[in-house]
Design a protein around this ligand. Structure first.
Ligand code: MSP
Length: 656
């Protein structure tokens, strides 16, 4: 009988700059799931790769004076080097510049055109150059800016092909609301309310204003625009509509696509629509996680806040880094990266928790029995409780992994680690070791501990694949002892098992010293990143030409009432990541304003500050909350910055 298959994918990354810890999360998470499934006996296909076309790459290459292909070739090597360093065991690496992928995308585009799902039209609308996205007015954020990066958009007009979305709206809504396609399910409402209910907009799928893309075969001058190119990787990599591979029948539909929240919409709505139009099965699950943030902002190269995974890996080992990022991030939520949390986590869980369990156990077996346990044993009731907790971890981890809940899986494993350490405290082997008549009891305790470590370390091996073979060497486990089918029982290690004292698995870190050193490294990195950024990225001048709106007269301007107002209180609007509801003293009795700055400011950072209020703006409801006016802010490459006013200006003062 052929093995059950499991197909898992990461997004394909833009090779526009060096990879960072933010990129690592999805890849390490998918790698751990892929390893877990392989261990369970599945025939696994784990796909990752790079998304190499588009205007941004074309521009970056031009800045460097190289061709786009030369540019991406260089960056792709850096991604691959990082994956090898992080011990990522992918089965296939796709580059969207690979000829087989190009062939598939061209065929898919033509097939959708022939079926009548792609038509030619003209796009005129608001365009965000950094995001390469057109937006409709209803999609723009509260300040009329790009809803993704909150930078200003410009008016643009262009002949384009469009993909019809509306025929799939009903099926997509059902997919989201009636199946467990989307994980976590809590994100369904925002997709349905923001995109499906208002009516799915047709998607612009070709461009004529840049060249670095896959040519549309039947219309010279058009290149396929980002999402059909990028999303198709998940099937082109299997050989769909090309002869490079023949794995499509074996692995499609995918079991899990894992992505971060910023590209959820494309995977939750657009990708299913494309597949429905092609009439092929839909993937089984889309797992969406949050961002790794640093000082409250998404970690990203252009923000200069990257933490270099090579630097961290060199200091603590790649498994400690893998463990840390997996342990911190819950599916769906953001996770804030901090050196302090990372080091404390490594110290508490890995050095004191698991590492200490292994070294204490091996050291005692060595000290009391010269390394080889005698076969005479004496059991006690406490043994059963210890064993039950360890065995329970196995089924809990299996269930969590089936739901792509990695943080939870690790928590379950560490409950077993804690129980094992407690078992040592309860059984006090050092006392037993002093009493010749207790040798059989001591042997039983140490054997149980070693066999418990066998189970725990096998469970941990998909997450920390470099360290666990060292543990197996120390506890005397053979390859056959650490297979998945041996996880559900105790008593697998040989009765007269021999341990081998080895190196300390996770050395304890001196927190203060380390944080000081890391902070200075990060400071240097940030300065270097800042120096490498173009003037536009630093916020000095915009990269794209500024296109001003048509001129207005002073009378037109006088129609806008700008007033000074003080923020009295602020709170997040329910069910919105972006909106803050502000109560203002406007010198006119007070008012409420809803502002799209929740990702950039905490309420505490605003309360007591004076801001610039557009006071005669027509009231609107945002997410059901009344907003009477708007506060002014600037768009910068580092996010939105509110314009604060001098505290001496009285509330209500007119600004002109
Ligand atoms: N090329 C598209 C994806 C196409 S998939 C068919 C893209 N690339 S990306 O390089 O910008 O991002 C790839 C993934 O990395 C996204 O899921 C993105 O959210 C994720 N991350 C980038 N920075 C991140 C963090 N700081 N934290 C967590 N994930 C992050 O989007």
């Amino acid at each position: 009988m052929s093995k059950k298959t499991f197909y898992i994918t990461t997004p394909i990354y833009y090779p526009s700059g060096n990879p960072h810890i933010g990129h690592c999360y999805t890849t390490v998470a998918c790698d751990s799931i892929a390893r877990f499934k392989r261990m369970q006996g599945y025939d696994v296909m784990f796909l990752t790769g790079t998304d190499e076309h588009g205007l941004k790459i074309e521009q970056k290459a031009a800045e460097k004076g190289v061709t786009p292909k030369q540019f991406v070739d260089e960056v792709v090597e850096k991604f691959k080097a990082l994956w090898s360093y992080m011990n990522i065991d992918y089965d296939r690496y796709i580059r969207t510049t690979d000829s087989y992928h190009i062939e598939t995308v061209q065929k898919i585009f033509k097939a959708l055109y022939d079926k009548g799902f792609i038509y030619k039209g003209e796009y005129s609308g608001k365009y965000c150059t950094p995001c390469e996205s057109f937006w409709t007015d209803s999609q723009l954020d509260e300040n009329g800016c790009c809803p993704e990066c909150h930078r200003p958009v410009t008016f643009s007009k262009e002949e384009s092909y469009f993909f019809k979305m509306s025929p799939f709206a009903e099926r997509i809504e059902k997919l989201l609301t009636e199946t467990d396609y989307l994980r976590p399910k809590t994100r369904v409402t925002e997709l349905v309310n923001n995109f499906i209910k208002p009516g799915l907009e047709d998607l612009c799928v070709s461009r004529t204003t840049f060249k670095w893309g896959i040519p549309v075969t039947f219309d010279e001058g058009h290149v396929v625009y980002v999402w059909i190119d990028a999303l198709s990787n998940y099937i082109s990599a299997l050989g769909f509509m090309n002869d490079a591979y023949s794995d499509y029948d074996n692995y499609w539909p995918a079991d899990v696509h894992m992505v971060a929240k910023d590209i959820m919409r494309f995977h939750a709505i657009i990708w299913p629509a494309i597949l429905m139009a092609l009439d092929i099965p839909l993937p089984k699950h889309l797992a969406v996680h949050g961002w790794i943030t640093f000082n409250g902002e998404k970690m990203s190269k252009s923000l200069g806040n990257v933490v270099d995974p090579f630097v961290l890996g060199e200091r603590y080992g790649c498994d400690a880094i893998r463990y840390h990022i997996l342990r911190e991030m819950a599916l769906g939520a953001d996770s804030s990266f901090s050196n302090e949390i990372m080091i404390n986590r490594i110290n508490s869980d890995l050095a004191n928790g698991f590492g200490n369990l292994v070294s204490r156990t091996v050291a005692m077996a060595d000290k009391y029995f010269g390394g080889t346990l005698p076969t005479e044993r004496e059991a006690a009731p406490v043994d059963d409780d210890f064993k039950a907790v360890v065995l329970k971890a196995v089924s809990e981890v299996e269930a969590a992994m089936d739901e792509t809940k990695i943080k939870q899986a690790l928590e379950e494993i560490f409950k077993a680690v804690d129980r094992a350490n407690k078992y040592i405290d309860e059984t006090e082997p050092w006392k037993l070791g002093k009493d010749e008549s207790q040798k059989a009891r001591l042997a039983a305790v140490l054997y149980n501990l070693l066999d418990g470590i066998r189970i725990i370390s096998t469970l941990l091996s998909p997450f920390m694949p470099s360290t666990m073979p060292k543990v197996w060497e120390q506890i005397g486990a053979s390859e056959a002892d650490v297979t998945y089918d041996k996880l559900s029982v105790f008593g697998v290690l040989p009765e007269n098992v021999t341990v081998h004292k080895g190196e300390i698995l996770f050395p304890r870190i001196d927190v203060e010293k380390e944080i000081e050193e890391l902070n200075s490294i990060i400071q240097k990195n940030m300065e270097a990143a800042q120096a490498n950024l173009s003037a536009a990225e630093k916020g000095e001048a915009p990269a794209e030409k500024i296109e001003l709106a048509p001129e207005i007269s002073i009378d037109d301007f006088a129609k806008v009432e700008l007033r000074c107002a003080k923020v009295l209180s602020a709170e997040k609007v329910k069910k919105s990541d972006k909106l803050l509801c502000l109560q203002l003293d406007d010198g006119m009795g007070g008012r409420q304003v809803v502002s799209g700055i929740a990702q950039y400011y905490t309420p505490e950072e605003l309360v007591g500050k004076k801001v610039q209020l557009v006071a005669n703006l027509k009231p609107v409801k945002l997410r059901g909350v009344d907003s009477c006016g708007m506060i002014c802010a600037a768009d910068t490459p580092n996010g939105v910055k509110v314009l604060f006013l001098d505290d001496s200006i009285p509330c209500g003062a007119k600004i002109r």
